[in-house]
Design a binder for this molecule. Structure first.
Ligand code: NAD
Ligand code: IPM
Ligand code: MN
Length: 365
């Protein structure tokens, strides 16, 4: 069996707690002969700042570039609220995405049937929900220049962020969404603000041009504010939604609650396939953050992290059957009534992070 290398970046807060469970999962998969992963761990975020004064060291960046896949926990927390902007914990995550070229962020929002009553929406609105948000991840207002605060000298300051998209960036993310839609419901909503933003006008134009190569797919433009409303009005109207970096960040947190909890939403951040090997750089990261309000208590939901690992099996290593087995194990444990606090329901058994992870691993057999 091929040996694959992983680079684990637990980060801060609950990131370290959920990554400890990933290590157990890897040990189990390797022990059962299903995989042959070797891995190293590094520091990112606040812990890297504490150790090195930066959000990620050059040495750890090099390891992230060299690995077959990066598994990322979460970064940030109030402890680092006042560190310089360039070395704040989140800068480590953004640098990884940018330097690895991870432009395509897949955020599937799936409502497991056992959790249909855990959503803040009515059961009938979310039961069977299976949406894929495709978020552009290396462009837009997150990275556009200038990005600065200037002192105007009259007691006023001026802050600038710049939303920039070039057509190639829109085209490539549109094609990721369209390709994925071909394997699903053949419907893509493209969310932008073309009624206000020039970048939205270009976004719509380029998406429509790319869509001409996919005549089977129904492509519909939607204004991003309406998309937010429709997500909570009637989420099952969506199959694939493609959108920019900032709208994708916000819409995916909203979509998370449809599934019961932010602690349920995984993601895969993918680069372009290498023209020679077909391999792509990739990082797998839950959508949630370091959850400072519950960190250190051993009660975080590890499912978003495990489901992100399942995406690694599927997208980086072609282990589709094993990925599906892991997802089924998650579903089975939920059917058995195990719940971390964030998805707790009456009649269910409240478990810790470790108990939830152990139960999922046990289901793998
Ligand atoms: P958050 O996602 O950390 O938490 C939002 C809420 O969801 C909290 O109430 C939290 O307890 C809950 N939650 C999140 N994940 C959970 C899980 N696995 N199990 C149970 N409950 C969970 O967002 P925030 O509070 O806005 O941000 C906290 C810090 O995390 C900030 O510094 C932010 O920048 C950072 N952040 C990092 C990432 C990342 O590393 N990918 C993502 C989002 C936010
Ligand atoms: C996410 C997070 C990050 C983002 C932050 C921590 C930089 O919210 O992954 O959704 O805004 O992309
Ligand atoms: Mn976010």
């Amino acid at each position: 069996m091929a040996q694959h290398t992983l680079f684990l970046l637990p980060g801060d807060g609950i990131g370290t707690e959920i990554m400890a469970e990933v290590e157990k999962l890897i040990a189990h998969l390797n022990g059962s002969g299903a995989t042959d992963f070797s891995y190293e761990s590094g520091l990112v975020g606040g812990c890297a700042y504490d150790a090195h004064g930066v959000a990620i060291s050059e040495e750890d960046m090099a390891k992230a570039v060299a690995a077959d896949a990066v598994i990322f926990g979460a970064v940030g927390g109030p402890k680092w609220d006042d560190v310089p902007y360039d070395v704040r914990p989140e800068a480590g995550l953004l640098r990884l995405r940018k330097d690895l070229g991870l432009f395509a962020n897949l955020r599937p929002a799936i409502c497991y049937s056992a959790l249909a009553d855990a959503s803040s929406l009515k059961r009938e609105l979310v039961e069977g929900l299976d949406i894929l948000i495709v978020r552009e991840l290396t462009g837009g207002v997150y990275f556009g220049e200038p990005k600065e605060i200037t002192d105007l000298g009259n007691g006023q300051k001026r802050a600038v962020d710049t939303q920039v998209y070039e057509s190639y960036e829109i085209d490539r993310i549109a094609r990721v969404a369209l390709d994925l839609a071909m394997t699903r419901g053949k419907k893509v909503h493209s969310a932008d603000k073309k009624n206000v933003m020039k970048s939205g006008v270009l976004w719509d134009e380029v998406v429509k041009q790319a869509a001409k190569d996919y005549p089977e797919i129904e492509v519909q433009q939607i204004l991003a504010d309406n998309a937010a409303m429709q997500l909570v009005r009637n989420p099952k109207q969506f199959d694939v939604m493609v959108t920019d970096n900032l709208f994708g960040d916000i819409l995916s947190d909203a979509a998370a609650m449809l599934t019961g909890s932010l602690g349920m939403l995984p993601s895969a951040s993918l680069g372009a396939p290498d023209p020679e090997t077909g391999m792509r750089k990739a990082m797998y990261e839950p959508v949630h953050g370091s959850a400072p309000d519950i960190a250190g208590q051993g009660i975080a939901n590890p499912i978003a992290m495990f489901a992100s690992f399942a995406m690694a099996l599927r997208y980086s290593f072609g282990m589709v059957e094993l990925a599906t087995r892991l997802e089924t194990a998650i579903s089975d444990v939920l059917e058995d009534g195990l719940r971390t606090g964030d998805i707790m329901q009456t009649g269910c058994r409240k478990v810790t992070t470790a108990e939830m992870a152990d139960a999922i691993i046990a289901k793998l057999g």
